[in-house]
Design a protein around this ligand. Sequence first.
Ligand SMILES: [Mg+2]
Length: 289
Amino acid sequence: MSTREIRSWLLDMDGVLVREEHAIPGADAFIARLRELGIPFLLLTNSSIYTRRDLAARLAAGGLDVPEDSIWTAALATAGFLADQNPGGSAYVVGESGLTTALYKAGYTINERDPDYVVLGETRTYSFERITKAIRLISAGASFVATNPDNIGPTPDGPLPATGSVAALISRATGVEPYFVGKPNPLMMRSALNAINAHSEHTVMVGDRMDTDIVAGLEAGLETILVMSGVTAREEVGRYPYRPSRVVESVQELIPELGGAARNDGPGEASKAAGLDEAPISAAPPSEG
Ligand SMILES: [Mg+2]
């Protein structure tokens, strides 16, 4: 992949900036540098439970200072997708406030009788009644959309069933597959690019998962950087039929590349990174809005 001038950044949250709600070392300095230099960026999450304001507060509690408008969720992408496809439509929602708030803001109404869509998101309190209702509405003709395909979510106590698993239950009962909006659908990347007026040829996607972040970034035409601070181990990278533009230990290693008078924390362990080709990323001009 050729070297491109990077002007904006899309960043996965879990495994890239935070782990179990605590900032990954260097993440705070990385975000602070982006903000200092006025470089456009967006944090991406497939989660649809929380609103951006909730997420900003949770990140702050974990040690990361991020403005709420620098956060992009699968709920926002889903609401934007629906508003674009069918403006002013209606939905029956199985999900939390992050999703219902996004749908209301996108001009949707909530309808429990004959909605245009059943929209499934992540929740911690899946109710048998709501799932039954969703199944009946889909069987009666409502279209089925889900915020993201993740089957499980990690917690300190072990995996938690997530949107993809509940979608499978509903699909099994109805024979209808949902349209998934979140990663790895490149639609998630495109909606994020639109949200910050960025262009794919000058944007990089940083993620910790090959099968979501990296493939979605690739399919959306972005430069991609895989970090080793999350779920993917270096030896797994070669098993995929696609590869990231580069591999780094963590976002800490990317700070000097952001440009300006970078504080040099020293190369440290960063330099013994990548078994893959390392195409350097040129620094973003601070003037770029
Ligand atoms: Mg991740």
